[in-house]
Design a protein around this ligand. Structure first.
Ligand SMILES: NC(=O)c1ccc[n+]([C@@H]2O[C@H](COP(=O)([O-])OP(=O)(O)OC[C@H]3O[C@@H](n4cnc5c(N)ncnc54)[C@H](OP(=O)(O)O)[C@@H]3O)[C@@H](O)[C@H]2O)c1
Length: 297
């Protein structure tokens, strides 16, 4: 039986929850460091052991790490560059340093495909510094640089529209969070995954506009896919949206220009390739709606 204990940091997040659930399903003991334990319990249920605290606070991280064999970090640090650095870089560096001190045998980290020292997007620069801090901490680690997640598609839907910011002409091998979660879970049991950085791609390439057309036809019928010019949306964001879209617009401006990054073959070989096709993923999103609708009134 598998008795490893894994602490998930950021386990309440969109991409952290599937990892926590997969680890439980694979027989790991799972812990969560959560800022709001009651909310976390509502999301992830009673099988997880919860520790209150945030990544700012070593006194909260230490007891959560004590007795753990591994830790998975899946953080998002807001939209302001200072806050991003504070949470994603410094928060991750703190976890890595404490993990190294406690002899944790593996730290896995959710990074991103555009991460670079001189990246245009502040979050990608923060993640680069986080990756470097992990490498320098000495804790055995596996860094994941996934492409666009299928889970991001619903965020494009606003009212009756599914909005593409810019033209987004580049095909992306979108990946399902459940496939990513299986790879993370497997990495904790795979010695060859130690001290490696893996690019993660899904099985088929599709542009964001085409993916949204499929998503809408299967999950959100009646929604119309429209492309909004980036310059126009920047003006709308400044005048009417208090800059809420700034980081998304930055990301979309870069993605409009550059191709998908990375070669997933090492990840596929060591951890098993993602298999979920976009159509299958969309059909799964639809299933709970049918269950809901078929409930007796
Ligand atoms: N979407 C994509 O296609 C994609 C692709 C590659 C990489 N990524 C990256 O994946 C990461 C995670 O994304 P997501 O969608 O899962 O984000 P999310 O849903 O916003 O979740 C972020 C998590 O970080 C936690 N958190 C934030 N500040 C914290 C702090 N100070 N201390 C402790 N926990 C804190 C949040 O906890 P609370 O519940 O307490 O708020 C939450 O659990 C992001 O960095 C994103 O850039 C995304």
């Amino acid at each position: 039986m598998n008795t490893q204990t894994i602490l998930v940091v950021g386990g309440t997040g969109e991409l952290g929850r599937p990892v926590a659930r997969q680890l439980l399903a694979d027989g790991f003991e799972v812990r969560l460091l959560a800022r709001d334990v009651e909310r976390a319990r509502t999301l992830l249920g009673p099988d997880v052991k919860y520790f209150a605290g945030d990544v700012d606070n070593p006194d909260a991280i230490e007891p959560a790490l004590e007795g753990s064999t591994g830790v998975h970090v899946s953080l998002r640090g807001g939209s302001d560059p200072d806050e991003l650095d504070h949470v994603e870089h410094r928060g991750t560096a703190r976890v890595a340093e404490l993990a190294a001190r406690q002899g944790i045998s593996r730290l896995t980290y959710l990074s991103g495909m555009l991460v670079a020292e001189d990246a245009e997007i502040p979050g990608d620069r923060a993640k680069f510094r986080a990756e470097r801090a992990i490498q320098q901490s000495g804790v055995p680690h596996t860094i994941f640089r996934p492409t666009y997640f299928m889970e991001t598609l619903p965020r494009h839907v606003q009212g009756k529209l599914a909005i593409v910011l810019g033209r987004q002409p580049h095909p992306l091998h979108m990946v399902a969070a459940s496939d990513f979660a299986r790879m993370v879970s497997r990495s904790f049991r795979t010695p060859e995954a130690a001290n490696r950085r893996f690019f993660v791609h899904g099985p088929e390439a599709i542009t964001i506009p085409d993916a949204l057309r499929m998503y809408c036809s299967l999950v959100e019928p009646g929604k119309r896919v429209v492309s909004m010019p980036l310059g126009f949306m920047s003006v709308v964001d400044t005048l009417f949206m208090h800059g809420q879209l700034r980081s998304t617009l930055q990301l979309m401006r870069v993605m409009q220009r550059v191709d998908e990054r990375g070669d997933p073959s090492e990840a596929n070989e060591v951890l098993g390739a993602p298999k979920t096709m976009l159509r299958q993923w969309c059909e799964k999103q639809r299933a709970p709606r049918f269950e809901q609708h078929s409930l007796p009134h």
